[in-house]
Design a protein around this ligand. Sequence first.
Ligand code: TPP
Ligand code: SF4
Ligand code: MG
Length: 298
Amino acid sequence: MSTTADIAIQPKYTRKELTGAQPTWCPGCGDFSILSVYLKLMEKRQVPLQNIISVSGIGCSSRFPYFVNAHGAHFLHGRALPFASGISLARPDLHVFVFTGDGDALSIGGNHLDHAARKNVKLTCVIMDNSVYGLTKHQTSPTSPVGFRSKTDPTGSHDRPVNPMKKLIAAGATFIARTNSHQPNHVLEMMDKAIDHDGFSVIHCLSECAQFYPGAFDKTNPRRGGSYPLVPDSHDVTDEVAAYKLATEPFPGYFGVFYQTKIPTKNANEAKLIATAQEKAGHATPLELMTKTLRQFC
Ligand SMILES: Cc1ncc(C[n+]2csc(CCOP(=O)(O)OP(=O)(O)O)c2C)c(N)n1
Ligand code: SF4
Ligand SMILES: [Mg+2]
């Protein structure tokens, strides 16, 4: 574990030093831009190297932690959030980032997303949504549109796609933003706001799969004839119903912060519970408390 002294002597670092392994993504993959923004954010904030932690599940997007020269974990498919929640609860001094795909977060990990949101665990989850399963080479994902042809739907998908923003509002996430990897300045702005949020923050980031779904988000890209409408200034981010209405707008919809509210985090609630138990046990250390509790069950 790092000490204040370690942090003080650590020289200023650059994005280059924070760059890990050479990314294995295909040329043109939107994920490159998200990685570059994340490195920029850490450099800008000078988050102490030993305090940087990125966690992911499985997928092209979930290779993310390999490409960051800091702490990270590549966990089971769909299970990045419970793993990251444990880190956040044990080390509330760190701000954990989770990088996950549309399949990882909304399909196999869909329930974990709901529960991390309602528990308001302090961390930031970036859903890198390409509306396809990239790593396994072209299957329909939970956000693929109706009619999408893939290996699992050769004649076109019939299933209505998940609307991640609606799902996150309903689940109780306390910071919800939408962005697109082709707008790196906007991604940075959203990450900057998310890291300052004391609670469960989610960024739904569209990120084109150049290999299996090229052009998926052209309608959101002004350079390809689309438009990038920002959340109107008049939108009240604390109004859940207004956020839900924004989320129902047809594609390309809006980009920016849809919702933000402040309620106690699970981290704060657990810290209080532990402090009370320690006091009752005569100011026991966490280890003494744990040993005492376990003995009751043996
Ligand atoms: C338990 C389990 N089921 C299925 C798989 C196969 N699998 C690996 S990645 C993946 C989909 C990933 O899609 P997504 O999260 O959208 O990531 P992308 O590759 O598109 O970035 C699947 C089904 C697995 N690794 N583990
Ligand atoms: S398959 Fe798609 S998502 Fe995966 S690295 Fe290639 S472009 Fe990116
Ligand atoms: Mg995907």
